[in-house]
Design a protein around this ligand. Structure first.
Ligand code: MGD
Ligand code: MGD
Ligand code: SF4
Ligand code: MO
Length: 731
């Protein structure tokens, strides 16, 4: 930490800036402390320290400034490629978690009556260790699992811990995020993602993904710049989302039918001979079969399924071909292709197929596959990894197309329901509310012998655990380095920006080291996160001191160049056809698959989406962010004006929403920005954890309405495979 003293004058200036920021972004509120501090006679001590935001997977670089040890401001790190000097509103708001009155501040053990009692760490570790060893003795290590949303330290410590115990059951959040997409891209293009060269693009089509709602600061900026210099931006979405201000076209579509639109675009590109012959001949595998199959998928056929006029589909395909290779389909994240439907994996494959027909891979203005850096091998024997567990990860056999680095947590849930998994750990994960049908999670957690959750607050998952282990918040801990790829390469890191606020909370490495010791595998954990970070950084020639000062460091230039990339696929080419997909019992050639549930007359399709100031369930109880939600009634269900008129519903009225799984009541927002027949629900509400008093039962949550099922091949949760009925609740 760099320490400086500031005069009272500069301090006051800082205070005004903070107040402005707090208004703009719903930022940290430190109560009367700021006023007291400003009125104090002695000079304040300010310090800055770099960290990475914990608000979402972007993990943007930030600089935290403290005054007399209290958090004063956060600002984006200029060097970090995702923040580029800015963090988003929820990134500012999340900082309030450190000072929340509803944090977990001591290890907790659940009593028979369901309430919790505080215990000390030694007791917690000892009891958990004994139960883990008992489970291993009775059922083998393969009956243990951990589920985590990958955090810089968390992902490495979780895997090391499970592997040391002899279990391969390490799962990410991905089945409820981007699993279908990343699994699909890995097979078609040999990488889990790509970027769109907005700076040079003439035309970009978005299928669902919205930068204006599912925010990453650098993405919003690149889209704004593209719109500024005249790029045609097409939004395909049943809802006119908040990227609309940058868009030229809104194409409303029936939810879950984007695959038909894409196949019909392929049909037009091939039948009208508008595709890039050179690219297809030299760089692709399976084109003949793809083209043969695509003959059926005419724009007229697709119109019936998507409700997008055939002429619109033709125009889009022709315009994309005209703009090619400076035209591409945006790479997506969660919506549509991540985990939503029975055809999400196939829709993701189809997106890459269109980019191939346009010949835009590696082209200026097209779709770019870039490289990522990583830490090299560490010589020091202290860090030697545990042996690979004998048994394979549960779910990998049933879902053979799943991305190896993610696994499917739906399979873990299914295995727990079937009694195969006896002990479950959660790290920075609210799986029981966010990853699949919550009632099923409750049923599963009741069946296990041991559930341990490592969290900072009493989440829905924590509240159903046997033990809750309180971590310090992200601003209070140093973590392992996080590598970021792209046209340039970077490494970022969290350092200690705030001294520990609650004495009985611990860092990720302290918690896993304690657990490992108690479970008899402490030999793999004889170091701190700082030791491991230093060793990892050394492999890329960066010192810990430099990281502590700068937080984000640019690594040697990978010398990105435009040009057709190497496709690291089974055939070494772009794959219109993947044999492994055929072996999994699906059509090896990219083609049409309908969604599983088609709403019938009197029913609505329900779609979800992010809101700019919230992250998943994590921010629902943050005081300032929650207050903004209430002020603007952000929990409301969107309904098309035509449907509202039919049901006699107006903005502010309460409706009852029902599916096969759940019934809930929520207020309505009537809008022209939605396709009739569809309702839209923001995904950050409907909290069920009583200890989160602000969020508890505010709004409703989409996961409650979804039946437990998994997408064939990959095991994603199919977060939108449901139809609902909506009726007005008479006041
Ligand atoms: N504010 C905020 N930003 C975030 C996050 C967050 O929690 N909050 N989380 C980050 C993470 S982890 C993720 S995964 C990303 C997610 O980012 P996105 O993938 O952009 O996620 P969503 O907001 O769920 O969905 C975007 C749009 O898809 C539309 N949509 C829904 N169903 C369909 C459909 O069937 N067809 C089409 N064409 N469109 C559909 C919705 O109406 C919505 O406008 O956001 C990241 N950024
Ligand atoms: N209902 C609902 N479900 C969702 C989504 C949604 O928007 N709504 N989004 C989906 C998507 S796109 C994704 S990526 C996943 C995300 O999945 P998760 O990462 O599980 O997201 P959250 O629901 O925010 O839960 C994160 C949990 O981590 C805890 N946490 C926060 N900071 C820390 C920390 O520093 N240390 C520890 N140990 N814990 C911490 C939070 O208190 C919270 O309980 O959820 C998916 N499921
Ligand atoms: S996009 Fe926002 S919430 Fe996500 S890491 Fe960046 S600043 Fe944090
Ligand atoms: Mo996500």
């Amino acid at each position: 930490m760099r320490e400086t003293t500031v005069s009272r004058r500069t301090f006051l200036k800082g205070s005004a800036a903070t107040a402005a920021l707090a208004c703009a972004a719903g930022s940290i509120s430190l109560g009367s402390w700021q006023a007291e501090r400003a009125a104090a006679a002695e000079p304040a001590v300010t310090a800055t320290a770099p960290s990475l935001c914990n608000g979402c997977s972007s993990k943007c670089g930030l600089i935290a400034t403290t005054v007399d040890g209290q958090l004063w401001t956060l600002k984006g790190n200029e060097v970090h490629p995702y923040s580029k000097g800015r963090i988003c509103g929820r990134g500012h708001g999340l900082a309030q978690m450190a000072y929340s009155d509803e944090r977990v501040t001591q290890p907790l053990r659940r009593k028979d009556d369901g309430t919790f009692e505080p215990i000390d760490w030694d007791t917690a570790f000892k009891e958990i260790g004994a139960k883990v060893q008992d489970i291993i003795a009775k059922n083998g290590p393969e009956s243990l699992a951990i589920i985590q949303d990958p955090r810089p330290s968390g992902k490495q410590y979780s895997a090391r811990f499970m592997n040391a115990l002899g279990s391969a059951n390490v799962y990410a959040h991905s089945s409820s995020c981007n699993l279908s997409k990343e699994s699909a891209y890995q097979l078609t293009i040999g990488a889990t993602g790509y970027s769109n060269d907005f700076a040079n693009a003439k035309m970009v089509m978005f299928i669902g993904r919205s930068y204006g709602d599912g925010i990453r600061p650098s993405s919003v900026q690149s889209l704004a710049d593209a719109a500024e210099h005249g790029t045609r931006v097409v939004i395909v979405d049943p809802r006119l989302n908040n990227s609309g201000i940058f868009a030229s076209d809104w194409v409303p579509i029936n939810p879950g039918t984007d695959l038909a639109l894409l196949m019909a675009m392929a049909n037009v590109l091939i039948e009208e001979d508008l595709y890039d012959h050179d690219f297809v001949e030299q760089n692709t595998y399976g084109f003949e079969e793809f083209a043969e199959q695509a003959k059926e998928y005419t724009p007229e056929w697709a119109e019936k399924i998507t409700d997008v006029p055939a002429e619109t589909i033709q125009e889009l395909a022709r315009s994309m071909a005209k703009a090619a290779p400076a035209a591409s389909i945006e790479s997506g994240w969660r919506s549509v292709i991540g985990c939503s439907y029975k055809n999400s994996f196939e829709t993701a494959r189809a997106i890459t197929a269109i980019n191939s027909l346009l010949g835009c891979w590696g082209a200026k203005g097209g779709a770019l596959i870039t490289s990522s850096p990583k830490a090299g091998a560490i010589e020091d024997a202290r860090f030697k990894a545990p042996a690979k567990p004998a048994a394979k990860r549960i779910g990998d056999a049933e879902y053979p197309l799943v991305l190896a680095s993610a696994g499917t947590n739906v399979a873990a849930l299914q295995a727990t329901l079937e009694g195969e998994i006896k002990g479950l750990f959660f790290y920075n994960s609210n799986a029981a509310k966010g990853y699949a049908q919550p009632k099923k999670w409750t049923e599963a957690l009741e069946k296990t012998d041991l559930v341990v959750t490592i969290d900072v607050q009493m989440s829905e998952t924590a509240q159903q655990s046997d033990y809750v282990l309180p971590e310090v918040t992200y601003l209070e801990r140093l973590e392992l380095p996080e590598f970021v790829g792209g046209k340039k390469h970077y490494v970022g890191m969290r350092t200690v920006a705030l001294e520990k606020i609650h004495p009985e909370t611990r860092t990720c490495d302290e918690i896993f080291n304690g657990l490992a010791e108690a479970c008899g595998v402490g030999e793999y954990f004889q170091f701190t996160a700082e030791d491991w970070a230093e060793a990892q950084l050394a492999t890329v020639g960066v010192s810990l001191d430099q990281m502590k000062k700068e937080g984000v460091v640019e690594l040697p230039d990978p010398h990105f160049e435009y040009g057709v990339p190497t496709f690291k696929t089974a055939s070494g080419k772009f794959e219109f056809k993947t044999d492994k997909v055929g072996e999994a019992g699906l059509n090896p050639v990219i083609g049409w698959i309908p969604r599983k549930v088609t709403p019938q007359s009197g029913e609505f399709a329900i779609v979800g989406g992010k809101q700019g100031i919230h992250s998943h369930t994590m921010t629902q109880n943050i005081e300032a962010l929650h207050a903004i939600s209430r002020e603007y009634h952000m929990e409301r269900l969107w309904m098309a004006a035509k449907d509202a008129a039919d049901l006699g519903v107006q903005t502010g009225d309460t409706v009852e929403v029902s599916s096969s799984e759940h019934t809930g009541q929520v207020e309505v927002r009537v809008t022209q920005r939605l396709k009739p027949g569809v309702v839209f629900l923001p995904t950050h509400y409907g909290g069920d954890a009583p200890a989160q008093t602000r969020a508890y039962h505010y709004g409703i949550s989409l996961t409650d309405f979804i039946p437990l099922d998994a997408e064939p091949g990959v095991g994603s949760m199919m977060s939108q495979e449901v139809a609902v009925t909506v009726k007005k609740v008479e006041a």
